[in-house]
Design a protein around this ligand. Structure first.
Ligand SMILES: Cc1ncc(COP(=O)(O)O)c(C=O)c1O
Length: 450
């Protein structure tokens, strides 16, 4: 039996409630918290709240803690960097940590060509850099993005984000020149077609109805995509989707930008999610797990493309030495602890268990994922596929109260993204709880079980 979870007081406990009151008074209401988990500390796959409850962490700080909480190697690397220097603006001077990290990223990102990396402080900054670089290099103004995408919240990246109206409401107009097209979401095909009979119409449509009608291909700088949509619902496109997209991009000399902010750094069992499709993007954006939760954003491009001139883009804190030290340690830990293999192993096991549950529980519409990026989409019934949003929320809250910190994404999908260090016993304990909760909610809400 696993030692976790340990619920000592029904959350949110008294200390959490006190902090929530202060948060409500002083902290921006724009944050949309999933539930009142107030974190005190974390160790590997367990997160502890301020009232002493210990949860199995299926969130990993929203896919940031791929090597687990407070990994001693990461903490050690950051502490020793603290003793040397905290900051010296990579924009204006040099330090080795940035150079070493750029070398490592050139090594682990897809493609065996020469590469260079620009460093910012967040996912959205990695995307902004990629967009500006694509414009600079191609001297073109248009972009193709995908419905359901999430690329960030600053004005440039927000122009590409299309997963919830609330992210854009009252902020329009945004950056001009971005056209959204349907993503390869076969479970809810926007064209109401069926894979594989559709023959990838969603890709052909871009050529026939977008590039040939109103987005002149010679003016398109790049296609911007998530290899697996994250906030949009952990959506995995079909097997040849990105090859076909790449072929289309090549046909017109359009660049491809892979947003690996959530799917990168081992989350899917490969360094980068796009590797599952065997495609080499022109620019790869990473952030989140790269520095184990310390602020960083990286846009890595082929050296031929990253040809912008001095002064064209920079950031005071981008590639700060603490984040770089953490990121170098993260890459070492993933290699040395063979975490890509573990993500695959545990991911295959989790998918098998969830598929078995889906045979019995009709509230599960689809189970999908790669490595430890797993989505369980809940529906009110399998015929109409009406999203079971309230039910998904209920499963999330009840699972948390029972000791598994898990959240939703998309409209009604549970997102499972534990640290890649998780082992069988703990993942099974957490899945027992989540599965029981799904069964309980399905029964209560009248979704008949087989
Ligand atoms: C795929 C993807 N891109 C970009 C971002 C934006 O990252 P940040 O919140 O660090 O700006 C996120 C954040 O969730 C993301 O999941």
């Amino acid at each position: 039996m696993s030692d976790f979870p340990r619920i000592v007081v029904s959350p949110p406990g008294p200390k959490a409630r006190e902090l929530l009151k202060r948060d409500e008074r002083y902290v921006s209401p724009s944050y949309s918290r999933y539930y009142p988990l107030v974190v005190d500390s974390g160790k590997d796959c367990v997160v502890k709240d301020v009232d002493g409850n210990e949860y199995i962490d299926f969130n990993a700080g929203i896919a940031c803690l791929n090597v687990g909480h407070t990994h001693p190697r990461i903490v050690g690397a950051v502490k020793s960097q603290c003793d040397r220097f905290l900051h010296y603006s990579n924009t204006d001077f040099y330090y080795e940590q940035v150079i070493r990290l750029a070398e490592s990223l050139a090594d682990i990102t897809p493609g065996s060509f020469e590469k260079k990396t620009y460093f910012g402080n967040s996912g959205t900054e990695a995307i902004e850099a990629a967009l500006k670089l694509a414009k600079w290099h191609t001297r073109k103004q248009l972009f193709i993005a995908f419905t359901g995408a999430f690329h960030g919240r600053t004005v440039g990246s927000l122009s590409f984000t299309a997963s919830r109206p609330t992210q854009r409401r009252h902020f329009l107009p945004l950056m001009p020149g971005v056209t959204h097209v349907p993503y390869g979401y076969c479970y809810r095909c926007p064209f109401k077609m069926t894979y594989p009979e559709c023959n990838y119409w969603c890709v052909e449509y871009i050529d026939e109805f977008v590039l040939q009608k109103y987005a002149p291909p010679e003016d398109v700088a790049a296609f911007v995509y998530e290899p697996i949509q994250g906030e949009g619902g952990y959506i995995v496109p079909p097997p040849e989707y990105f090859q076909k997209l790449k072929k289309l991009a090549d046909k017109y000399g359009i660049l491809t930008i892979a947003d690996e902010v959530q799917s990168g750094i081992g989350r899917t069992g490969k360094w980068f999610g796009i590797e599952h499709w065997g495609v080499e993007p022109d620019i790869v954006c990473s952030a989140k797990a790269l520095a184990s939760g310390l602020p960083i954003g990286a846009a890595t491009a082929s050296s031929k493309i990253m040809d912008w001139s001095a002064g064209s883009h920079a950031s005071t804190f981008g590639g700060n030495p603490l984040s770089c030290a953490a990121a170098l340690a993260v890459i070492d830990v993933i290699k040395e602890e063979r975490l890509l293999e573990n993500a695959n192993k545990q991911g295959v096991h989790a998918l098998k268990r969830l598929d078995e549950l889906a045979e019995k529980n009709l509230m599960i519409g689809e189970v999908r994922g790669k490595g430890l990026m797993i989505g369980v989409e809940l529906v009110k019934d399998r015929e109409s596929k009406t999203p079971a949003s309230q039910e998904a929320r209920e499963v999330m809250i009840r699972s948390w109260k029972r000791g598994v910190a898990v959240v939703t994404c998309g409209v009604s999908t549970l997102r499972l993204s534990p640290p890649l260090t998780i082992q069988r016993e703990l993942i099974d304990t957490a899945l027992d709880i989540v599965e029981d909760t799904i069964n309980e909610v399905a029964t209560e809400t009248g979704v008949v079980q087989v």
